[in-house]
Each structure stands twice: as structure tokens, then as C-alpha cells.
Design a protein. Structure first.
Length: 119
């Protein structure tokens, strides 16, 4: 299905029903990298650097609003807790999305790239 936005076609639909991994290096001492599992209805499970959060993705053409819930109450090392807070702030600031090849690119306050898992 190709969507029309102000006379131009969006070549790819939003990747609902997909699990995506943040394009980032692992933190020292951990193999975990944040991920998003986006369901077909827009609900999502987001694994941060330490905690988890439920969210909803609301898509209108190339704009996106991410509505996040409360973070899980895990005790995290300070470095990971700070990284969780920074990632949550970036996700809450997202205003648009695009596909760049296989990557979902979310933009707003900063640019976040999410890739399909390679395993």
C-alpha cells in the first residue's frame, strides 16, 4: 500500500508488527541495547538500557507521536538510569519518521535509528 501525502507518495508504510533495535553501541559491562517491539495496533514495548516502558505510536503520514507510560521500577546503575532518562526524553520529543533502507529513523530533538535484529 502506498500512502499519499500532499501529492507525493510515501514508498513504505510505518513498520508496525516489527521488533527494532536502537543503532547504538552496547554500554560497558552489558550486552543489552534498547529495542522497540511495535504491535500492529500501535502499542509498543520499549526496552531501555535498564528499564522497560509501554508506549503507543500514533502515526499520521510522516508524523509520529509516541505516548509513553511509566518506566518499570528496576534499580539501575546510575549510568544506565541516566541513559534511560535521556532515551525517554528523546522518544517523547520525536515528531516525524521515515524509512532509510531497513532502518526506522525517528526525528525530533535528536535522531534515533532503529534496525531489524540481525540474529
Amino acid at each position: 500500500m502506498i500512502l499519499q501525502v500532499q501529492g507525493r507518495a510515501l514508498a513504505e508504510p510505518f513498520p508496525f508488527g516489527t521488533e527494532l533495535i536502537l543503532d547504538a553501541q552496547q554500554m560497558r559491562g552489558s550486552k543489552k541495547v534498547p529495542s522497540i517491539d511495535i504491535n500492529h495496533d500501535g502499542t509498543a514495548d520499549i526496552d531501555l538500557w535498564c528499564n522497560k516502558v509501554k508506549a503507543r505510536f500514533v502515526i499520521a503520514a510522516n508524523t509520529v507521536t509516541i505516548i509513553t507510560g511509566e518506566m518499570s521500577p528496576r534499580q539501575c546503575p546510575p549510568e544506565r538510569a541516566r541513559a534511560d532518562d535521556e532515551l525517554m526524553a528523546a522518544l517523547n520529543a520525536v515528531t516525524s519518521w521515515r524509512m532509510d533502507g531497513e532502518a526506522l529513523v525517528l526525528t525530533g530533538g535528536r535522531t534515533l535509528r532503529f534496525l531489524a535484529p540481525t540474529n
